[in-house]
Design a protein around this ligand. Structure first.
Ligand code: NAP
Length: 224
């Protein structure tokens, strides 16, 4: 597997930290990004302790992390997403940028996908930085499962969408660190409109059945 240098913006949150742990465990180099270098360093220390290699994980501000990496993962809440992407424009130009951002709302009926101007967070990021190589991925993995002791989340699939072949290849390759196999290319970036709100369905299932549900695609020959 290729070894990547990955920045995780919002890497102090459960999703970014969980993905960072999985990537570092698979021998990728990870730069945890945060608005606070102290919080980033603390998260990096927590991950380094778990993977037993401090050299592979470091913490810094989001911009420095994005500058240091060749792949940048957006793992911030949708609320802060547009402002963060705009603030990193110069660091993101020409780079592979992956988004796991799910614009969701919650009301008395439960979780639901937000109706947003750009139709999906991934397309919003692409509009803000047209020269970035965008792909959507990792939307449906639970942060708790990512941080768990499970060697791999082999019962799940990572679905990847995008219009840039390089970005999709990188996302599919990085999925190996999590599930043990390549992510599944589902098609164009606009399919983020379906992938992002699908997470509301999973959260609804989790709440109703007290489980950590996930996505597994049958029919591709890895049904197990
Ligand atoms: N949690 C899950 O199980 C899960 C699963 C799939 C996908 N996701 C998606 O992954 C993303 C992150 O999820 P999360 O649960 O880790 O979120 P989170 O804990 O709410 O936020 C992650 C990090 O983003 C930074 N942040 C918060 N507000 C920000 C703002 N306004 N501007 C810039 N940075 C901000 C914070 O880091 P600093 O304060 O250190 O900067 C925070 O630790 C979300 O878009 C979510 O939809 C989450």
């Amino acid at each position: 597997m290729t070894s990547y240098k990955i920045a995780i913006t919002g890497g102090t949150g459960p999703q970014g930290k969980g993905l960072a742990y999985r990537f570092a465990k698979a021998a990728h180099t990870v730069f945890i990004g945060s608005r606070s270098p102290e919080r980033a360093k603390q998260a990096a220390t927590d991950i380094a302790r778990r993977v037993g290699d401090a050299a592979r994980v470091s913490g810094m501000e989001n911009a420095a992390a994005a500058e240091s990496a060749d792949v940048v993962l957006l793992a911030v809440p949708y609320d802060g997403h547009a402002a963060l992407v705009a603030s990193l424009r110069s660091q993101l130009v020409g780079k592979v940028v992956l988004s796991c951002v799910n614009p969701l709302g919650f009301d008395k009926h439960g979780p639901y996908g937000l109706d947003i101007a750009d139709s999906s967070a991934a397309e919003e990021a692409q509009r803000i930085v047209p020269d970035a190589k965008l792909a959507g991925a990792f939307h449906h993995l639970s942060a708790v499962s990512l941080w768990s002791d499970a060697e791999l989340l082999a019962h799940e699939d990572v679905l990847v969408c995008g219009d840039d072949d390089q970005a999709k290849t990188v996302a599919a390759d990085l999925a190996r660190a999590i599930t043990g196999r390549a992510g599944i290319d589902v098609g164009a970036l606009r399919l983020a409109r379906q992938l992002e709100p699908l997470t509301a369905v999973l959260i609804g299932i989790n709440r109703r059945y007290k489980v950590r549900s996930g996505i597994h695609i049958v029919g591709l020959g890895h049904d197990g």
